[in-house]
Write a protein that binds this ligand. Structure first.
Ligand SMILES: Cc1cc2nc3c(=O)[nH]c(=O)nc-3n(C[C@H](O)[C@H](O)[C@H](O)COP(=O)(O)O)c2cc1C
Length: 326
């Protein structure tokens, strides 16, 4: 089984990938989307979205990272795919799921689901441009307004030669509202020669097991579930491999938060750590009720020192049985 950390713009950045892969369980991370318009982007853009490129495309814990591109024109996407891989990206992922109006208005993201022929052209151009040993993957939803063309979408991805496809089992119209329609995956991937990763609404180990059963996919992608439950990937792996794993306690999560170095970003301003911590507590409260009280405690704080001193009161180092190496 492979577990992929989902791309999440503004949330799963370098520091969050570092934190979550330090905890463990993930086999691959996908970056936030890199917007491609016409030109080949300067290297600094790829390095900004994926600082791991300075480390041969691996997180601190050794998990490979793949750059995701979002755009509407085949040639610039192909050129930028070549560049991302030359810089050390572990393959390249193409975004066909972003629901943002600004992106869709310029014919990028989920709106391309309405035009599987154009998806084919994009994926084929990228696949042809990139050496065979590097994986090209596509991330899709089941459709735009509805899922009536989901088969055509998958056919386009497969016939264009993508190596794998991550299916967020909802339409663009569904947004992020539950449920995810895992059971809609098996009929559209039947007899297809492509690796499939199922995605959507996996918050607990039980959801992962049910998703595997209903989607028929062994490999899963975790998004918001991994933020609300930072050792979810590790728990899923332990469950599948029949291994003992007790799970992280709240104090350990705080410890990881402090040691993730989220607050050590010279490119960000003084308030950054506070705002990132508050954003993350918003996800954590789904799994840990303590996150609600902690949010209240730091609500008015802005400086990283003030926030860190509150966090330090609660932090406890986990047993270092994982590959955490901060
Ligand atoms: C805040 C946010 C940002 C996202 N950014 C991206 C992105 O940059 N690229 C992408 O392909 N999907 C993006 N997604 C979609 C997620 O990768 C994932 O498909 C979706 O959240 C469903 O999985 P989940 O139910 O496990 O969260 C984003 C989702 C959220 C909530």
């Amino acid at each position: 089984m492979k577990l992929v950390l989902a791309p999440m713009e503004g949330v799963v950045d370098f520091k969050m990938r570092q934190l979550l892969t330090d905890i463990g369980g993930f086999d691959l991370c996908v970056t936030e989307f890199v917007r491609v318009v016409e030109t080949c982007l300067p290297d600094k853009v790829f390095h900004r979205f994926c600082p791991e490129l300075h480390n041969n495309g691996f997180t601190r814990a050794g998990t490979p990272v793949r750059v995701q591109l979002l755009g509407q024109e085949a040639n610039p996407l192909a050129e930028n795919a070549i560049r991302a891989i030359a810089l050390g990206s572990h393959g390249v992922d193409l975004n066909f799921g972003c629901p943002a109006k600004t992106v869709n208005r310029s014919r990028g993201g989920a709106v391309l689901l309405k035009d599987p022929d154009h998806m084919y052209t994009i994926i084929k151009a990228v696949r042809d441009a990139v050496d065979d040993q590097h994986e090209v993957s596509a991330k899709i939803r089941l459709g735009f307004d509805d899922d009536s063309n989901s088969q055509e979408i998958v056919d386009a991805v497969v016939s264009a030669g993508a190596n794998s496809i991550a299916i967020h089992a909802r339409t663009k119209r569904d947004g992020y509202n539950p449920p995810a329609y895992w059971e809609k995956i098996p009929p559209i991937i039947k007899d297809k020669n492509i690796a499939v990763v199922a995605n959507g609404e996996i918050w607990q180990v039980e959801d992962a097991m049910l998703c595997q059963k209903r989607s028929g996919c062994t490999n899963l992608m975790l998004g918001r579930g991994a933020l609300s439950h930072p050792d979810l990937a590790k728990k899923i792996k332990a469950h599948v491999n029949n291994e003992q794993y007790d799970g992280l306690e709240w104090e350990h999560i705080i410890y990881h938060l402090i040691h993730s170095a989220i607050h050590q970003d010279p490119a960000k301003d003084e308030k950054y750590f506070a705002s990132r911590t508050k954003q993350w507590l918003g996800y954590l409260k789904r799994q840990y009720p303590q996150a609600i009280d902690l949010f209240d405690e730091i609500r008015r704080l802005k400086s990283k020192e003030d926030v860190a001193s509150v966090l330090n009161k609660y932090a406890k180092a986990p047993q270092l049985d994982s590959n955490h190496n901060s």
